[in-house]
Design a protein around this ligand. Structure first.
Ligand code: ZN
Ligand code: ZN
Length: 154
């Protein structure tokens, strides 16, 4: 399987938490909702949906956790505060990586038709997005809670 040779490394700014991905994300979402804005301090969070068994994490003991909702947990480096991972309790095979934390800003290699801006209806009123990636007012088809991704992850 070609996935076995795929290796991309990333981590937080201080280096306490490192990860290696052995497959590209199934999809990438740029989420503009208020939770993402307030947990990141940015207009949006870029999350890649990845299979858990395709990612190795080093330094996980240095992660601190924040529950943004009952089932949704964000994980940050407790030293430098970098937002690295998030997951939903209901998803056992998938989680999100804040994919811009890949070293050198490398392209994660996701399918280009599986990248979108989501929750654009909740974006900051002075944010202007002018790229050509699909925009959705609420959730998009590539989001974590889709049957397509559940099936692909099994
Ligand atoms: Zn750190
Ligand atoms: Zn969001």
């Amino acid at each position: 399987m070609s996935e076995s040779t795929f290796n991309l490394s990333g981590g937080c700014h201080c280096g306490a938490v490192r990860y290696t991905m052995h497959a590209p994300p199934l999809s990438v979402q740029h989420c503009h909702c208020e939770t993402c804005r307030k947990t990141s301090g940015s207009f949006y969070v870029t999350g890649g949906v990845v299979r858990r068994d395709m990612v190795e994490i080093e330094g996980a003991e240095n992660l601190t956790k924040y529950r943004a909702s009952i089932t949704f947990e964000h994980q940050f480096c407790r030293t430098c505060g970098c937002y690295l991972f998030a997951y939903d309790d209901d998803e056992t095979n998938l989680f999100y990586i804040a994919i811009p934390t890949l070293d050198g800003g490398v392209d994660p290699g996701h399918p280009r038709d599986m990248e979108s801006h989501i929750y654009m209806g909740l974006r900051a009123e002075w944010e202007h997005v002018s790229d050509t990636i699909p925009h959705f007012e609420k959730n998009g088809p590539g989001e974590i809670i889709t049957e397509i991704q559940r099936i692909e992850a099994e």
